[in-house]
Design a protein around this ligand. Sequence first.
Ligand SMILES: Cc1cc2nc3c(=O)[nH]c(=O)nc-3n(C[C@H](O)[C@H](O)[C@H](O)COP(=O)(O)OP(=O)(O)OC[C@H]3O[C@@H](n4cnc5c(N)ncnc54)[C@H](O)[C@@H]3O)c2cc1C
Ligand SMILES: C[S@@+](CC[C@H](N)C(=O)[O-])C[C@H]1O[C@@H](n2cnc3c(N)ncnc32)[C@H](O)[C@@H]1O
Length: 607
Amino acid sequence: MTTTKTLSIEPARWQVGDEGELYAPLYDAVYANLSGVWGRAQSVFVEGCELPSRWQRDRCIRLLETGFGLGINFLTTWASIKASDSIARLQYVAIEKHPFTAQDLRSALQASVATAPASITPVLEGLIEQLIAQWPPLIPGFHSLPLDDQTTLTLVFGDVDSVLPSIHGRFDAFYLDGFAPDRNPAMWSLQTMQHLARLAADSAIASSGCGEDSVKRTLQSVGFEVSKRECFGEKPESLSVKCTEKFLDSATRVESVVVIGAGIAGASIARQLATRGISVTLIERDQPASGASGNPVAVVRPEPGGATNVIAEFSAAGVGWLQRWLTTHGKSVPHDFCGAVRLLRDQRRHDKLAAYAQTVPDEWLHEVSVSEATMLCGQSVATEGFFLPRAGWVDPTAFIATLIDHPLIKLKSGTEVKQLSPNATEGWCVELANHEKIFSRYVALATAFADLSSSVDGVDSARGQLSVVTERVDKPLRAIVCRDGYVTPAINGVHTIGATIQIDDDAKPRSEDDLENFHRLQRLLPDFVSDANELRSGRVSWRATTQDRLPLVGKIAEGLYASIGHGSRGVTCAPWCAEFLVTQMLDEPLPIGSEWIERLHPLRFSK
Ligand SMILES: Cc1cc2nc3c(=O)[nH]c(=O)nc-3n(C[C@H](O)[C@H](O)[C@H](O)COP(=O)(O)OP(=O)(O)OC[C@H]3O[C@@H](n4cnc5c(N)ncnc54)[C@H](O)[C@@H]3O)c2cc1C
Ligand SMILES: C[S@@+](CC[C@H](N)C(=O)[O-])C[C@H]1O[C@@H](n2cnc3c(N)ncnc32)[C@H](O)[C@@H]1O
């Protein structure tokens, strides 16, 4: 179904000007003059914020940029930390109203990298490809990119006025790089600067290529000390800005954490901590992936929906993070982002989604007729629907094994935690079944259910059974097909069909559940399997569910955190939730808007 879309994010437009400059017609301004653009980024921004010395001194540099543009400042900063031998972390958040499409970004950066000093060109070319490989779809909101173990880039697509209020965190450095104030007043307004002051950490520093007096005065009025400095290139004057007041403390220091539960939630938390140089003791009563995370395959799909649909926003964050993480670290994890056809549920919902689909790029979601859906997945589907090109599947057990394969993660399996209690001097006492006690200032619960914390309410249990059917060589299925259940392409010779939802604790697979899954399959692909007896029982496990279908993630008490209640999409979303939890624990910028602290709060159902 081809129609012209009106996207809610208008992509950047660019042209190469007469003198080779990259021109932005939307603003009648220049993104970058080709000569000297990389040197300017280094001189005005990286050195302006004194980052080369901070790489050596700080454990984490939290940086906020207004105006990501082509990412020249970002790429220069990333190259600088990589060249520094520092083990510091870079948490770079950048706001952008008109992001480039991946294709345009590559072309524009290739044009500008051609003018970079030869000594840094190969490095920049490599970093550009890494950035493009993780570039998100142009949909509004937060997109966190785990680019490597040292650097995370969080892109926030939207207008500076609307997104700044929801940015949460403390920042050590700011790059102010909107176009000139007369072209673009919102980027330099008093309101914008007040937000920057709110977000500034102790001894935060900012730099700007714009040396105008009006900008200087606005910055001073919100409490920054401003001086002009000599800089590189044809714009020799830039602003150097320092906090004059002591605002907030710098990043919290955490040396070690005990994580309880080695399913996808616990393994992901352990990995995000270890990546930051923090030692983890991961305690598991059985083996890693022995709970719901041990299913042979998990479907990873965003729940499509508009701006006000919280499940859609949450699942988009989860899918995006997971896909990007696997792009960089997942070579040994069987997975495939083959896309999913999501069939019509009811007409009212379909019409709502169709309207939403008109506002997002096809690479994220598009409406498909019965014949288009059939062509995409290779088999006759029951109804029309939508195609989700970024959906796919992953092998959760292999994923967990990869996550915990890190020298800073010590796994204690076959060890049950019996009790967790506060301890006056040591923080938390973790008591094991063999009466051994482990003391830790920081503990993260990833036990699916809330058994170890009496203060957390609201997690229930729902049994689920999968069924499988042998690969049909004569009927290749190329994409996932889903609605209220799903069928996967053949993986290791079988298609998986999921899943029942029941409230009981029977661990044995049941033939009547396979029949239920057969009917589920018939509603998706009526001609795929004609005999219910061809289905065999798959694994049985339990989802930890909540009333609002969102997990409980965040801080329970001083030093005690949780990531539980992941329901039916834990494999998709728990890895991102781990980043959300760890950024809270370490006072780093959140990978999403601050409203999500309350939305996912682990005590939100507790009286
Ligand atoms: C049938 C079914 C199909 C599903 N399909 C999908 C899908 O397609 N896509 C998707 O994204 N999600 C899917 N899910 C959901 C997903 O599997 C779960 O949300 C996810 O696995 C939960 O991960 P977890 O780490 O929170 O919990 P678990 O995997 O249950 O891990 C918790 C771990 O904590 C350990 N533990 C608990 N208490 C203690 C203790 N006291 N001491 C030590 N260790 C302890 C347990 O042994 C367990 O290993 C499905 C779920 C089911 C049931
Ligand atoms: C000079 S360019 C930034 C160059 C960039 N820092 C780099 O290193 O490539 C300014 C950017 O600010 C963005 N921008 C302008 N007004 C904005 C607004 N109100 N909200 C968010 N972004 C805006 C523009 O789309 C543009 O990409």
